[in-house]
Design a protein around this ligand. Structure first.
Ligand SMILES: NC(=O)c1ccc[n+]([C@@H]2O[C@H](COP(=O)([O-])OP(=O)(O)OC[C@H]3O[C@@H](n4cnc5c(N)ncnc54)[C@H](OP(=O)(O)O)[C@@H]3O)[C@@H](O)[C@H]2O)c1
Length: 321
């Protein structure tokens, strides 16, 4: 089978599409013929090991997992003898950030992992990007305990995480102010934002409005900048560590003093969560934004584009073209 492999950390060019041995499912596993996957910021982080700390998970000197791709959509091609939940031919989408392996023609996963049936009327390329951005968004929204009617600001509303956050926050009944660049104002309104701030025209931190929760989905702001915008017990979260990694100590210290605080939750994701996302897609509450599509052979170009930091939503790889 074809797989996009890398055996050393580095720029996009360390990845190449090669022939590898076809996989066999274990007793409790399913073999998935991948139709579509994504290149996302997690893949970029693991491939480049730009943050040295990531090597404690991915391998100190060289990557343990040589085929990346943590979200995928495809068709069950074979099942282990003890599998009961899925059948050959089922259309499934899933998320696997421990074994990765989506950047290939086939992948095995445990049947009880974060895997779910693709809702009817959703194509493979639309199902592949359901999980990564949305699970980060969901984890942060839950950690902030957002309630209906609360005022929430999302900075970076056009990223994979931000565009999912706007839609999920609307679903949970929050009043959403979203920040993006001029060309994307209409898109972000369409995602459901109540107010859109064009960051090229207005500095969002210079408002008198107060928010219960500020979610910086691109990590371009700081707690110090956003603190004056927070309600008395308001919460700030960023998808990045911040300057000198400040968001981690702030998440430890600010809750001790009470009042406005930083949180830095470790995202979790389970079978119920992926089923919830599938249900929200079916009901029309959530639709992942797709920017560009590439073939597996063009994966290096896809990495280059994702690393511009300017992708809008998600970049899909069509493994079956
Ligand atoms: N390390 C990891 O494993 C990991 C995993 C997932 C995500 N993350 C982090 O999470 C963040 C978001 O990732 P993502 O995949 O959702 O999105 P992304 O690929 O980082 O997309 C960034 C989006 O934000 C917008 N943007 C850029 N500069 C901005 C600014 N100053 N203010 C507001 N918007 C701005 C860009 O569009 P416009 O500029 O055109 O508006 C683009 O749409 C990234 O910082 C990423 O590193 C890290």
């Amino acid at each position: 089978m074809k797989a996009a492999k890398y055996t050393r950390y580095g720029p996009p060019e360390v990845v190449s599409v090669v022939e590898t041995d076809k996989l066999q499912p274990g007793p409790n596993e399913v073999l998935i013929k991948i139709h579509a996957t994504t290149v996302n910021r997690t893949d970029c982080g693991f491939r480049s090991a730009e943050y040295f700390v990531s090597r404690f998970w991915s391998g100190l000197f060289r990557p343990h997992t040589t085929v990346l791709g943590n979200e995928f959509a495809g068709e069950i091609a074979a099942v282990g003898e003890e599998v009961t939940l899925f059948h050959i031919g089922d259309r499934v989408f899933g998320y696997d950030d421990s074994r990765f392996g989506g950047h290939a023609e086939y992948k095995v996963v445990a049947e009880n992992s974060t895997l779910s049936l693709i809702p009817d009327c959703v194509a493979y390329h639309e199902a592949a990007p359901i999980t990564e951005g949305a699970h980060y968004a969901l984890a942060n929204i839950r950690a902030a305990k957002v309630k209906a009617g609360q005022q929430v600001l999302v900075n970076g509303a056009t990223g994979a995480i931000g565009s999912a956050a706007v839609q999920l926050l609307r679903y949970f009944g929050a009043y959403v102010t979203a920040v993006c660049a001029t060309p994307h104002v209409d898109l972000v309104k369409h995602l459901g934002a109540d107010v859109v701030v064009d960051y090229l025209a207005t500095d969002f931190t210079r408002t008198n409005q107060k928010f219960d929760f500020i979610f910086d989905a691109v990590g371009k702001s700081s707690f110090r900048q956003c603190k004056p915008l927070l309600e008395k017990n308001g919460i700030y979260v960023s998808t990045e560590l911040g300057k000198n990694g400040e968001n981690v100590p702030l998440a430890i210290l600010t809750p001790i003093f009470g009042g406005r605080k930083v949180i830095f939750p470790i995202p979790g994701f389970n079978t119920e969560d992926i089923q919830l996302l599938g249900k929200l897609v079916t009901e029309g509450h959530f639709k992942p934004v797709i920017d560009r599509r590439y073939s597996l052979n063009q994966i290096v170009d896809a990495y280059r584009y994702v690393e511009t930091g300017q992708k809008i939503g998600n970049v899909v790889i069509d493994v079956v073209t």
